[in-house]
Design a protein around this ligand. Structure first.
Ligand SMILES: [Zn+2]
Length: 406
């Protein structure tokens, strides 16, 4: 994987050497620290102390060109990293993948998913960047939240789709998630002006200022519409009561779709809006009863995409992809990569560790999707590759075990 990253991305010269920090007289090089933290994520160690236990592994001398520094130094140096240089590293990966045509559009559109996440919560520890809330028992709880943007791509020929985490923005004390998302999108739109056409988001983002912000920047929105009291929802509901549904299918579900374009019932939005509803039915056979049981679900989405930009079927498929960021984005980072572990409780450090997790995640997924040949990948799960990587980081040289057994 490291050889692949050097060959395709020039990892050392174009990414690692570009990362700087704010120390005045550094004794340990910044790139060494970045390399060590990438390896912590790749091998899913989950803590800097677990890293200390691998100190004797021969991997470190090969990868770092010297022995590993202490966990304390790592945490301290990561806290002083310049976040802009980490973001440049992620941008470099995107550029190379784009140039190599590894990030094709999805259903004819460039698609990004926006989502807010809480990464850690504590009653005892807090820092200058902590948000706080009072729980029902009256206790003050401190926590961190951020908004993430992920690029969803189509699959290159004979390859799984590459998943790319583009950027994140920490939510500041006293501000709502929308303000955080704005800051994130402003930075991302400047750095990645042509990376995506449409942003998928949950019902929280079904508000006029968000839709207008995207329209002004030449982008579209596709969001969940939940509020049944809202005029737009009621207008669309009135129309779909009179409209015969289009039959369709999604996965193995049979669907009935209603597509109501050109709604003008939301004058605050600076463009035409369209509401799509999908009623989906399928059957399950629970192990206990073994009886075929019918299931149904109903979705309503709001979009600024016109009918010529995306047909009803495309809207339904794109809208369901919002869950991709839940299943393969942050959930994978938290459950598989321990990205919510607070390696050092300090707002700058939390942001830097998360951006390093994004870098590690993007490199791993690019390697998995683009470098592993289908016959090598076949029959082996992603967990298999993770264990293989972890095994290398734990392998101690033979000479290290010199003491003869009693
Ligand atoms: Zn904090």
């Amino acid at each position: 994987m490291i050889c692949y990253a050097e060959k395709i991305f020039h990892l050392s010269s174009e990414v690692l050497d570009g990362v700087t920090d704010h120390r005045s007289l550094p004794r340990i090089s910044t790139s060494l620290v970045v390399k060590a933290v990438l390896a912590v994520y790749w091998s899913r160690l989950g803590s800097l102390n677990a890293l200390e236990m691998t100190r004797a592994a021969k991997f470190w001398n090969t990868w770092l060109g010297r022995s590993l520094c202490s966990a304390d130094s790592l945490g301290r140096i990561v806290a002083s990293l310049d976040v802009a240089t980490l973001r440049q590293g992620i941008h470099h990966l995107y550029q190379r993948l784009k140039r190599n045509k590894a990030l094709p559009d999805l259903h004819g559109l460039g698609v990004a998913v926006l989502d807010g996440h809480e990464t850690s919560a504590s009653y005892r520890r807090c820092c200058a960047g902590c948000l706080q809330r009072t729980t029902s028992s009256g206790q003050i709880q401190f926590y961190h939240r951020n908004v993430t943007l992920k690029l969803l791509c189509g699959s290159p020929p004979d390859r799984p789709a590459v998943r790319l985490l583009l950027d994140l923005e920490p939510q500041r004390a006293g501000e709502g998630e929308l303000a955080t998302a704005w800051r994130l999108l402003e930075r991302v739109l400047a750095a990645y002006p042509r990376a995506f056409d449409v942003v998928l988001a949950d019902a929280y983002y079904a508000v006029a200022p968000f839709l207008n912000f995207l329209l002004v920047h030449g982008k579209d929105a596709l969001v969940v519409l939940k509020d049944e009291r809202r005029n737009t929802y009621q207008d669309a509901a009135g129309l779909w009561a009179q409209q015969p549904p289009q039959p369709g299918s999604y996965d193995s579900r049979s669907c009935r779709w209603w597509d109501v374009p050109d709604l003008l019932s939301w004058p605050e939005v600076k463009g035409a809006i369209r509401v799509v509803r999908s009623e989906e039915s399928w059957t399950v056979k629970p192990q206990l009863t073994k009886e075929v049981t019918p299931q149904t679900t109903s979705w309503v989405w709001l979009t600024t995409l016109s009918v010529t930009q995306a047909r009803t079927e495309q809207i339904v498929r794109l809208a369901h992809l919002r869950w991709d960021i839940e299943n393969h984005g942050f959930n994978e980072l938290v459950n598989g990569w321990h990205a919510d572990h607070v390696y050092r409780h300090q707002s700058g450090a939390i942001e830097c560790f998360l951006l390093l997790a994004f870098l590690a995640y993007n490199l791993f997924h690019a390697f998995f999707a683009l470098n592993l040949k289908p016959e090598v990948r076949r029959g082996r799960t992603m967990a298999f590759w993770v264990r293989l990587i972890a095994a290398e980081i734990h392998a101690v040289p033979r000479l290290f075990l010199t003491t003869a057994p009693p």
